[in-house]
Design a protein around this ligand. Structure first.
Ligand SMILES: Cc1cc2nc3c(=O)[nH]c(=O)nc-3n(C[C@H](O)[C@H](O)[C@H](O)COP(=O)(O)OP(=O)(O)OC[C@H]3O[C@@H](n4cnc5c(N)ncnc54)[C@H](O)[C@@H]3O)c2cc1C
Length: 434
């Protein structure tokens, strides 16, 4: 069976950026045989949240390449140039393209690597391949849409699988009820609930806010309850000094802190990324509720300082017991659909790597995002998007993507330098002297 130098699980922005970095290293003479496996049938960036009038929450200059190599073919500016929209984009006078346009940019970049990516295959697990006493290779098992199992061998692995929907405990028993769904599936599911009259949206972040405004504008005019524990919807703080925490060089600072200090740092700036919609969106929501007071028609309810105590599936709808956090009082409401805009967990890599756990040191990563492993474990395994607690709040965003892939690329090539002389035929070929 063919042995790859590197397999990447997932082909979202993080691994596309890595493919670009490796491609540019190839042009410098370093040839890495890389291959990616993506479970979606084709490239799509958070397709079920591709709502009209949504914009990037980050400057387009933090694209797949610019911060690493501004002269790359893969910059957003070059994409605009290739699509003959550069002049018109300038006239928009914005750093924040629409999500539709950024998705198109990412797709354009991804298409350059169609020969290096298997779409429509979900990786199920990663198994150790032993040679004598050491783990020399990894066997990647995936399943395609026809339930056919595929296996591939690799010397190194990078896992960039994004987040998995986080479902509050009280909704766990309803996980198979189609009337309850996560924002991750919003557009796909809401089409099936066109006749829903009463909808609950649970959450206080950007997704909850976008979904509220989307439902407000729908032709079937559903009544929406926006339910959140918070007292107010607070805006994201993207003022310049605060924004410095998303600079790539801030990663060194975060990583070098003692655990306690790092946790305090993450806590202090948590709100820059979580439960923090754009101010413009908050103003739109405020205006909706203000206009309700003008007309006297209370179509939607803003249930702040409320939490869902229990959830039950009944034939007539999903019944929620809502607890008021100010006075402990409870009220009951029944909905045709409940949207959980409750965020994501980022521990999927742990289940994929379970068969390797005897060789991994509690899933701790080094500065180059490589999992620490025992001495008899040869493959390098890197993580992207799952290192927030060690590398900072930028880890799950696009902010450091371009620079991070350079750091990982360098670490990958230095693995070669360490092992390559001993086994030149089964390591990455560094064909240029460095
Ligand atoms: C609605 C939304 C809007 C956002 N907007 C912004 C923004 O404006 N700015 C910003 O910086 N960040 C934003 N983010 C954060 C987002 O995490 C990053 O933009 C970016 O998507 C991270 O890229 P990624 O490749 O690490 O993860 P993802 O984009 O999540 O990609 C992971 C890929 O892995 C695939 N995958 C998962 N499991 C498997 C498996 N077992 N086998 C094979 N493939 C698998 C998935 O299908 C997916 O394509 C947004 C997030 C959401 C949900």
């Amino acid at each position: 069976m063919h042995i790859h130098d590197l397999i990447g699980i997932g082909f979202g922005p993080s691994n596309i950026a890595l493919a670009i970095t490796l491609e540019e290293k190839r042009q410098e003479g370093y040839n890495v045989d890389s291959f990616f496996i993506e479970k979606q049938p084709g490239f799509a960036w958070h397709a079920n949240m591709m709502l009209d009038n949504t914009h990037m929450q980050i400057s387009f200059l933090k694209d797949l390449a610019t911060l690493r190599n501004p002269s790359s073919h893969f910059t957003f500016i070059n994409y605009l140039h290739q699509k003959q929209r550069l002049q018109d984009f300038i006239n928009l006078k914005t750093f924040f393209p629409s999500r539709h346009e950024f998705n198109d940019y990412l797709k354009w970049a991804a298409e350059h690597f169609d020969d290096r990516c298997a779409y429509g295959e979900e990786v199920l697990e990663v198994l150790p391949e032993k040679r004598n006493d050491e783990v020399a290779l990894l066997r990647i098992r995936s399943r395609d849409a026809d339930n056919v199992i595929h296996e591939r061998l690799t010397r190194n692995l990078i896992i960039s699988v994004g987040g998995r929907p986080s479902i509050p405990e009280c909704f766990a028993p309803l996980k198979d009820d189609p009337r309850v769904f996560h924002s991750n599936n919003y557009l796909g599911e809401i089409e099936r609930h066109e006749s829903a009259k009463r909808i609950a949206v649970v959450g206080a972040g950007q997704s909850a806010s976008e979904i509220f405004m989307d439902l407000h504008g729908r032709p079937n005019a559903p009544q929406v309850d926006l339910i959140m524990r918070a007292r107010a919807i607070k805006p994201s703080d993207d003022s310049p000094f605060v924004n410095e925490i998303f600079n790539p060089d801030f990663t060194d600072f975060v990583f070098s802190r003692a655990n306690k200090d790092r946790a305090a740092l993450l806590d202090e700036f948590w709100h820059t990324n979580y439960a923090a919609p754009d101010l413009v969106l908050i103003e739109q929501i405020f205006n909706v509720f203000y206009q309700q007071r003008v007309t006297g028609i209370a179509r939607h309810r803003f249930l702040r300082r409320h939490e869902v105590a229990t959830a039950h599936a009944l034939p007539e709808g999903i019944r929620l017991v809502l607890r008021n956090l100010n006075d402990g009082g409870e009220q009951v409401a029944t909905y045709d659909a409940v949207v959980l805009a409750t965020g994501y967990s980022r521990d999927h890599h742990k289940s994929l790597l379970k068969p390797l756990s005897p060789y991994l040191e509690n899933f701790t990563v080094d500065r180059q995002y490589r999992l620490l492993s025992t001495a008899n474990f040869r493959p390098a395994i890197f993580l992207q998007g799952a290192c927030e607690s060690s590398h900072g709040l930028s880890d799950t965003l696009l902010s450091v993507t371009a620079v991070r892939t350079d750091e990982i690329g360098e670490a990958l090539l230095s693995t070669v330098n360490q092992h390559g002389c001993q086994q030149p035929d089964n390591t990455i070929r560094a064909v240029a002297s460095r």
